[in-house]
Design a protein around this ligand. Sequence first.
Ligand SMILES: [Zn+2]
Length: 273
Amino acid sequence: MDLFAALCQANGMTREERVYMASHRSHDVGFLMRRWHEVAREAGMRVDGLNATSQTAPLALSNLGKGSGGGVYLSAGIHGDEPAAVQGLLQWAEENIPFLKNHPVIIFPCLNPWGLTNNVREDEEGRDLNRCFDQRENELVAWVHHLIEGYRFRVAACLHEDFDAKGVYLYELARRGEHFGQSLLKKLESIIPRHRGRVDGRDLRNGVMRRTRGLKQVAQEIGGMPEAGYLFLNCARTALTFETPSEYSLYRRVRCHVRFLNGIADIVRRTTE
Ligand SMILES: [Zn+2]
């Protein structure tokens, strides 16, 4: 038995988890993009690239023409050092081709491929892309705005990870009277428990930080407009930012993102069909 296998067993991993941890390629952007092209082909989705000549530039998969209301916006990897979000979105998409065929969806599989390759939060120029989502002079932001222009989304979900968190949690931007956060976390807390305590100096309610107003003020306090804030203010009825704690095994973090996205799909089915 090699040292790796021994260490894994000491940590109580299942065989499936050991295989996953030994074989994942979570910072291999070329491999990631090839799998997304396959998802697009199977689901009949259109692919747009920020730079058509690059194999590793940000991609978007969409079929928003399928209906005007009830669209879904999904994104991951705006921070390059949060690989479970990127892997979870891919795994979920590969397992949910029929959903992608039958609902108006746009997916941004990895908004910061350079960051993912290099395992850093910011982009190549040191910018935190999740703090400039209202800045059209930013090439990536302008590209996203262009692709979603004129569409309304029932729900937007932005997938993240947090190095400081001790459990999963969620920022819920929703219209008054609409609550999704608690039921979404309930579906996955058996894999990783909810974070207890504060985040960014604010209290969570059972893992959910909820806001319906004052977003521009929040954006000023944190140093710029995040993706979910922009979407909620401009085109999404609900915008959720889901976070897994980086200290847990990648295998479990990925499974949480997959379950979270299954919950999003349930919301869409329930509210639009
Ligand atoms: Zn993040």
